[in-house]
Write a protein that binds this ligand. Structure first.
Ligand SMILES: NC(=O)c1ccc[n+]([C@@H]2O[C@H](COP(=O)([O-])OP(=O)(O)OC[C@H]3O[C@@H](n4cnc5c(N)ncnc54)[C@H](O)[C@@H]3O)[C@@H](O)[C@H]2O)c1
Length: 411
């Protein structure tokens, strides 16, 4: 689902609360640059195939633009349009010196061989190498791409510009990737949930959690929450949904998922209707799969007291209103899932320093950033008498507006 209308609406509300000049508002909203490139490669069978690549760079007032490279059949500028903007506000909320971008190639990676994917990535890099860079735009992986894709981009980019590990993040550790990056978004979700619960006089221990999505983010969040004494009572993924009100053994579930490629058939829990996962009884609901899953059709039935948005834009604006009336507290995506981009920033810093941090340092710094971010969002809530989503938007938009004004945007 297209997140652009909701993102624009939240931006405009934040802009009104901040009293931004309407010209500055326009300047902040319109992307800095949109690029569309043709990528033709020889397939393994000798035939030629053409794909279209995109890069949307939204804003660079606070630093190099950050945002993933996605390989998916539905990648197009409209689809990616909300995401670069969200990255601008997210990096500002996290208070890391970045702006926002996003992009990718319209392709189905599972239909391409490794050598075809490698050629496609190299051609795409040849077409955009002048527009990305350590101090301009630093892409990480996204859906359909992975550390290997980043290694190919690093190699191709380095042919033009010399060895440049900091041009991409989410790299393999052997090429300068950061320790702790794999778990970072899930760990950030844990720290975000801890901060939220602490603010309500509670802790992770003893709380009941439901997690939708058991991929990178959902599985790490579930694992780390369990380690802190939280109970994961229901989990779902694309294969199905399971429930155990006494708490699911996450270590056994991880083993089952590895062997069976999904949660379906796990013996330590009962199978339930995947459509009911979001309305299961719990204290904290963590959507960690898709956008738009919490909407006007199911919002009224949600029983959780807290929602921690691990996925990007999982809650529709209509659902936001319904949930606010029910007193459900939502910790928004642009803060709650910022752990990944924060550790990407640490990776970039380590590459520039030429000095690798140990994992403990990465996790300690991440916790400090997440705790500071929560306090900053809460301060904006108090200043503008608003909910956490608007607290995060006013925080992010205000930081970018200040940087833009200081730099002198009008000429
Ligand atoms: N990976 C990151 O660092 C990161 C950072 C910020 C935000 N996010 C967001 O978090 C979400 C999850 O990302 P990820 O990296 O874990 O992806 P992933 O591909 O590793 O996992 C996605 C999970 O969602 C499940 N899923 C897909 N369709 C589903 C459905 N209809 N019902 C239930 N489950 C379904 C999949 O089976 C899988 O378990 C996405 O919205 C992504 O944009 C990820």
């Amino acid at each position: 689902m297209n997140a652009l209308p909701a993102t624009n609406k939240n931006f405009k509300l934040a802009s009104r609360l901040l009293g931004l000049d309407s010209k500055l508002e326009q300047c902040l909203l319109i992307p800095f640059r949109e690029i569309k490139v043709e990528c033709t490669i020889p397939k393994d069978n000798g035939s030629l195939a053409t794909f279209i690549g995109f890069r949307v760079q939204h804003d660079n007032a606070r630093g190099p633009m950050k945002g993933g490279i996605k390989y998916h059949p539905e990648v197009n500028p409209d689809e990616v349009n909300a995401l670069p903007q969200l990255m601008t506000w997210k990096t500002a909320v996290a208070n890391i010196p970045y702006g926002g971008a996003k992009g990718g190639i319209g392709c189905s990676p599972s239909d391409l061989s490794i050598s075809e994917l490698k050629r496609l990535t190299r051609v795409f890099t040849q077409k955009i190498h002048d527009l990305i860079g350590i101090h301009t735009n630093v892409p990480p992986p996204d859906m359909g791409t992975n550390p290997q894709t980043m290694a190919w981009i690093l190699d191709e980019y380095s042919k033009f510009h010399g060895y440049s590990p900091a041009v991409v993040t989410g790299k393999p550790i052997d090429l300068g990737g950061s320790l702790g990056r794999d778990a970072a978004t899930g760990r950030g979700v844990l720290f975000a949930a801890e901060a939220l619960l602490r603010d309500h006089g509670k802790s992770i221990a003893g709380q009941h959690f439901v997690v939708q999505g058991f991929g990178n983010v959902g599985s790490w969040a579930a694992q780390l929450i369990t380690e802190q004494g939280g109970k994961i009572v229901a989990v779902s993924d694309i294969t199905g949904a399971i429930k155990n009100k006494n708490g699911i053994d996450i270590a056994s579930l991880l083993k089952h998922v590895k062997e069976n490629r999904g949660v379906k058939g796990f013996h330590g829990a009962d199978s339930i209707d995947p459509n009911s996962i979001l309305v299961e009884d719990c204290d904290v609901l963590i959507p960690a799969a898709l956008g738009g899953v919490i909407n006007r059709d199911n919002a009224k039935d949600i029983k959780a007291k807290f929602i921690v948005e691990a996925a990007n834009h999982p809650t529709d604006p209509e659902a936001d209103e319904i949930l606010a009336k029910k007193g459900v507290v939502i910790l928004p995506d642009i803060y709650a899932n910022s752990g990944g981009v924060t550790v990407s920033y640490f990776e970039w810093v380590q590459n520039i320093q030429g000095f690798m941090w140990d994992e403990e340092r990465v996790n300690t710094e991440l916790k400090a950033y997440m705790n500071r971010g929560f306090k900053d969002v809460k301060d904006m809530c108090k200043t503008h008498n608003c909910d956490l989503r608007m607290g995060a938007f006013t925080l992010g938009v205000n930081r970018v507006a200040r940087a833009t004004t200081l730099r002198g945007w009008e000429a």
